[in-house]
Design a protein around this ligand. Structure first.
Ligand SMILES: *[C@@H]1O[C@H](CO)[C@@H](O)[C@H](O)[C@H]1NC(C)=O
Length: 148
């Protein structure tokens, strides 16, 4: 019972500490950090991607049991290729960072790593959610009335 209570409080604190971006706040920040048009990826594409991957939540994590890897943060960047979480078999860590750095409220590192991901030949197609939900779609609603 005590353990359950402690777990409940822990989950509560994780939820409370998670930073969930508002759409336009994220749009402005991404623009400021040079994401608009980076490697041909529009601001609306980045927003659509982040919306479907994490719902703009910097603390989002999802374990892929098939690949024994985990996706981290607002862009759901994967531990097989891009970051080190100390538990993913045959991990590459091409961004040269700890995966926990991708969960910070300050998304500077997550942005830097996302740029690294799209510099690879497959570009934004690395994100399945982008292909499924954003490719060939009208994405104007993502930046609408944001002044970006
Ligand atoms: C976010 O972190 C970067 C370094 O990773 C730092 O340069 C920047 O000032 C930080 N931004 C804020 C708002 O704290």
């Amino acid at each position: 019972m005590k353990a359950l209570l402690a777990l409940g409080l822990l989950l509560l604190s994780v939820t409370v500490n998670a930073k969930v971006f508002k759409r336009c706040a994220l749009a402005k920040l991404l623009k400021q950090d040079g994401m608009d048009g980076y490697k041909g990826v529009s601001l609306a594409d980045w927003l659509c991607l982040a919306h479907h991957e994490s719902n703009f939540n910097t603390k989002a994590t999802n374990y892929n049991s098939g690949g024994q890897s985990t996706d981290y943060g607002i862009f759901q960047i994967n531990s097989r290729y891009w970051c080190n979480d100390g538990k993913t078999p045959k991990a590459v860590n091409a961004c040269g960072i700890s995966c926990s750095a991708l969960l910070q409220d300050n998304i500077t590192q997550a942005i830097k790593c996302a740029k690294r991901v799209v510099r690879d030949p497959q570009g934004i197609r690395a994100w399945v959610a982008w292909k499924t939900h954003c490719q060939h779609q009208d994405l104007s609603k993502y930046v609408k009335n944001c002044g970006v």
